[in-house]
Design a binder for this molecule. Structure first.
Ligand SMILES: Cc1cn([C@H]2C[C@H](O)[C@@H](COP(=O)(O)OP(=O)(O)O[C@H]3O[C@@H](C)C(=O)[C@@H](O)[C@H]3O)O2)c(=O)[nH]c1=O
Length: 188
């Protein structure tokens, strides 16, 4: 597994080894020991999520507050998305900065997002299936969001034919400046 650091501390782009042959491919999509060795992150994952989205669907930007803050290991098994994370860790040198990158089913990349970042994605292909593991259970009471189009963040979402489609909830998320953030640690 190859590990690439990113502009946001702790956010890692992982490239697992893909075994191609005449039948198709094989990949270890998750191996706890290999993941811990490669990233230095040794955390239990407790929930696996799967969402399907049509082109133009934009989900996000989502996070959960402590004590249910989530680390997420994200991959795409069908189609292509543009994935975005925003650093919400007040003590981070990159607080308030965002990172966007493409994830797709062909390349099998995975994005490790530690607790303390908001996450979202835009579907670029006709359909996309996104799978992600989380380090804490879903907790609606701790669920929070930030506006995808917050002018201060100025996220450069790619243009998509037909425009963006959001949930009613994501249509009215607050700007980062008005978002509920903990002062202290994000780790659960
Ligand atoms: C996230 C989640 C949702 N749900 C339910 C609540 C709701 O009725 C339905 C759809 O929820 P949402 O609209 O929040 O789904 P969605 O917009 O796909 O939310 C997800 O977005 C991406 C970007 C993330 O990073 C995830 O952590 C998660 O927040 O599924 C669960 O039961 N468990 C979960 O873990």
């Amino acid at each position: 597994m190859q590990v690439q650091t990113t502009a946001l501390p702790g956010v890692l782009l992982l490239q697992p080894q893909v075994f191609q042959d005449e039948r198709g491919f094989f990949v270890e999509s998750f191996n706890q020991r290999r993941f811990a060795q490669a990233t230095g992150v040794d955390v239990p994952f407790v929930q696996d999520n799967h969402s399907r989205s049509r082109r133009g669907v934009l989900r996000g930007l989502h996070y959960q507050l402590p004590p249910h803050a989530q680390g997420k290991l994200v991959r795409v098994v069908r189609g292509r998305v543009w994935d975005v994370v925003v650093d919400l860790r007040r003590t981070s040198p990159t607080f308030g900065q965002w990172l966007g990158l493409a994830l797709d089913a062909e390349q099998h990349q995975q994005l490790w997002i530690p607790p303390g970042l908001a996450h979202g994605f835009l579907t670029l292909s006709a359909e996309a299936d996104c799978l992600y593991k989380t380090t804490a259970y879903y907790d609606p009471a701790c669920e929070r969001g930030i506006a995808w189009n917050d002018a201060d963040l100025a996220i450069a979402w790619p243009a998509v034919e037909g425009g963006y489609q959001l949930s009613a909830k994501d249509d009215r998320q607050p700007a980062l400046a008005r978002a509920a953030l903990p002062d202290g640690a994000w780790q659960s």
